[in-house]
Design a protein around this ligand. Structure first.
Ligand SMILES: *Cc1c(COP(=O)(O)O)cnc(C)c1O
Length: 376
């Protein structure tokens, strides 16, 4: 055991090796089996995974893709988004949400966030809808869904599609409905650090609309419905067999891992209740799956360096809102345009969060946050 004179082990931000070791035999067998089958791209392991993931996301159909970004691109294209169209989303997200809109030749139109949930403020959507608006792309950030009822309501009144960015929200729920089943399509990422992680890149589109699914299926594989008969101008956005095999194995564990994240979040909530930082809010009626446990403080840099001195990892999701990124300067935005997104970007700190995190590790994190608050 660690005595007072020893330095305690570092607390990592995520621990992908711990998870691999917990299911190593099954993963190794599935991966070797995949190599023997030589179904390296799509194939039966991908199909087996898709048939498990669709019901998990509450949808009729799931289609594996090469990444979460390609899932977003394909879902938007399949929803008919193209040049000249406008798609509404928030600037407090990973840049991929916005890049996918740009890949379609469409223009991203931003709406500020609701600071409690960090997701799009539904009340501000109506005001930015124009006759060019074609879709709303809510981002279920950190693992909590956006407020979907009013979003679906604006969308149906104004004739818009809804494409959910559920890249951080596997298993999240809104009023009993799963992320990925509420809009016309849901887009997931299986990047290794996501709640359901492949051993490389991966993603999926979920939908219960057979025609939208047909277009995604074609577009991910060169627009072909039949080999060498290219109906649409498509892409090489297929999920690899190895990733399908890994993800298929992991589907047996995702619920337990999600519950472990939620239990860890409850411990942080409780232990930080009397500490001068703002802990995240799980909005009533939503099931937060805590991809990220983000707290807020007015001196983020100070807190992060204090944690680093105690060998505790932390992160920022995300430090620069997309409307202030150089890559999207063409949109003509400046500081002050989306004040809630900007203050979130200035204040959020993500604490270590992964299913295998131990109460001891969390106690060290909480002690450090508390010591920093009392010392400053
Ligand atoms: C990770 C992520 C993506 C992109 O997924 P990739 O698999 O990395 O392409 C898109 N949106 C959000 C909110 C994400 O967190």
């Amino acid at each position: 055991m660690t005595g007072p004179s020893e330095t305690p082990a570092p607390v990592p931000f995520v621990d992908l090796r711990a998870q691999y070791h917990s299911i190593k035999d099954e993963i190794d067998a599935a991966v070797i089996g995949l190599f023997e089958s030589t179904q390296f791209v799509l194939g039966s392991e991908v199909a087996a995974f898709e048939s498990l993931f669709a019901p998990y996301a509450g949808a009729e159909i799931a289609l594996g893709t090469s990444s979460g970004t390609s899932a977003l691109h394909l879902a938007l294209l399949a929803a008919g988004i193209g040049p000249g169209d406008e798609v509404i989303t928030t600037p407090h997200t990973f840049i991929a949400s916005v890049s996918a809109i740009d890949y379609c030749g469409a223009t991203p139109v931003f709406v500020d966030i609701d600071p409690v949930s960090f997701t799009i403020d539904p009340a501000a959507i109506d005001a930015v809808v124009t006759d060019r608006t074609k879709a709303i792309l809510p981002v279920h950030l950190y693992g909590q869904t956006a407020d979907m009822d009013p979003i679906i309501d604006v969308a149906s009144r104004r004739g818009l599609s809804v494409v959910e960015d559920a890249a951080q929200a596997h298993g999240a729920e809104y009023a009993g409905r799963r992320a990925g089943s509420i809009g016309d399509a849901g887009c997931f990422s299986f990047y290794p650090g996501k709640n359901l992680g492949a051993y490389g890149e991966g993603g999926a589109v979920t939908t219960s609309d057979p025609e939208l699914a047909r277009r995604v299926r074609m577009l991910r594989d060169w627009g072909a419905e039949e080999k060498y008969h290219h109906v649409l101008k498509g892409f090489n956005y297929r999920l690899e067999g190895v990733q399908g095999a890994v993800l298929r194995v992991k589907m047996a564990y995702i619920e337990a891992w999600t519950e472990a994240r939620r239990a860890a979040a409850r411990r942080y909530d409780e232990w930080l209740a009397d500490v001068d930082v703002r802990t995240p809010t799980e909005v009533d009626g939503r099931r937060h799956v805590y991809h990220v446990y983000a707290i807020r403080t007015d001196d983020r840099a100070g807190l992060m360096s204090f944690l680093a001195d105690r060998d505790i990892a932390s992160g920022i999701h995300y430090p620069i809102p997309v409307h202030l990124q150089e890559a999207f300067a063409e949109l003509g935005h400046g500081r002050g345009d989306f004040p809630e997104a900007e203050s979130a970007a200035d204040e959020v700190v993500s604490l270590p969060m992964f299913p295998e995190i131990t109460p001891d590790q969390q106690e060290r994190v909480v002690d450090a946050v508390r010591d920093w608050c009392t010392s400053r």
